[in-house]
Design a protein around this ligand. Structure first.
Ligand SMILES: C[S@@+](CC[C@H](N)C(=O)[O-])C[C@H]1O[C@@H](n2cnc3c(N)ncnc32)[C@H](O)[C@@H]1O
Length: 267
């Protein structure tokens, strides 16, 4: 907790808004997407999706993965509690929706479905972009994935392909299959195992899929000193050009034409 308070104070000290940004690419992203205050009809669907999970008092047996949870002790968990603690906030879900729309991201990979709170934002953001719009979302816990699948169906998020798998297995398969045929994602949302080792391993495994306009979003980059180290290494990677630290999320862009530049931005 103390670590997070210190790191947030550091963030506040360093962070800027659009007035201090000279890159047109980042300036436009901030003014046309991040700071867009206009309500969208899809926000009401996101709200209903969340509400129905928060009202779900059933319990499920959860398979724990990776860095583990800082909140739960037992593996028997109430759905409403998972929705409250493990999922994306309303504000972030709306931002994720806008990011997908802004970048016109048709092919999306989400690493970490949980109950699909972020998946629904990705699905609603992309579904109007064309018949090819698709969100592949990965979850290792079969019972959690099952709730997400039903929930996504109920809310007409039918452009989602939910896959029950350990992340490592799926990402290694992608990495191998790339040798035969290319698979590119317009946007990848990394929200699974929040450890340095796993984050860097997923980063490396997915690097061969990048294209000029790929957008990668890493959740919880300041969650621990371990995650801050991973974020520093990602920023310093020679293929990474522009990064934006919004405290909760780290945005990564590979735009070949752009000089390397890192931004710390209040959202
Ligand atoms: C933080 S939650 C995802 C939250 C979700 N993106 C949202 O915003 O609602 C992370 C999920 O990843 C799953 N997970 C963590 N490590 C995993 C691994 N190595 N393989 C498969 N699933 C994993 C957990 O079971 C958990 O449901």
């Amino acid at each position: 907790m103390l670590f997070q308070i210190k790191s947030y104070l550091k963030f506040l000290w360093k962070s800027k808004n659009e007035h201090a940004v000279h890159s047109p690419f980042v300036f436009n992203l901030l003014t046309k997407c991040f700071y867009d205050k206009e309500t969208k009809p899809e926000y009401a669907i996101l709200k209903k999706y969340r509400k129905s999970l928060l009202e779900n008092k059933n319990f499920i047996e959860v398979t724990d993965f990776g860095a583990g949870s800082k909140v739960f002790k037992s593996n028997r968990r109430q759905i409403s509690k998972i929705a409250k603690t493990a999922g994306i906030s309303s504000k972030r879900a709306e931002l994720l929706f806008r990011v997908v729309r802004y970048f016109q991201s048709e092919t999306i990979l989400e690493i970490g479905t949980s109950l699909g709170l972020a998946t629904s934002a990705l699905a609603l953001g992309s579904r109007s972009l064309g018949t090819n719009a698709k969100v592949i979302t990965l979850e290792g816990c079969p019972n959690t994935a099952n709730i997400a699948k039903n929930q996504l169906n109920e809310f007409d998020c039918n452009n989602v392909d939910p896959i029950v798998t350990e992340f490592e297995n799926y990402l290694q398969d992608i990495n191998l299959s790339l040798k035969a045929e290319s698979e590119n994602f317009d946007l990848i949302y990394f929200d699974g195992n929040h450890s340095k080792k796993a984050t860097l391993a997923y980063f490396e495994l997915l690097l061969p899929t990048i294209k000029n306009d790929s957008v990668w979003i890493f959740d919880d980059i300041h969650w621990s000193s371990d995650m801050e180290e991973a974020w520093e290494m990602i920023k310093n990677h020679p293929k990474v050009k522009v990064t934006i630290d919004t405290y909760q999320w780290g945005f990564v862009f590979f735009r070949y034409e752009q000089p390397k530049e890192h931004f710390v931005i209040r959202t």
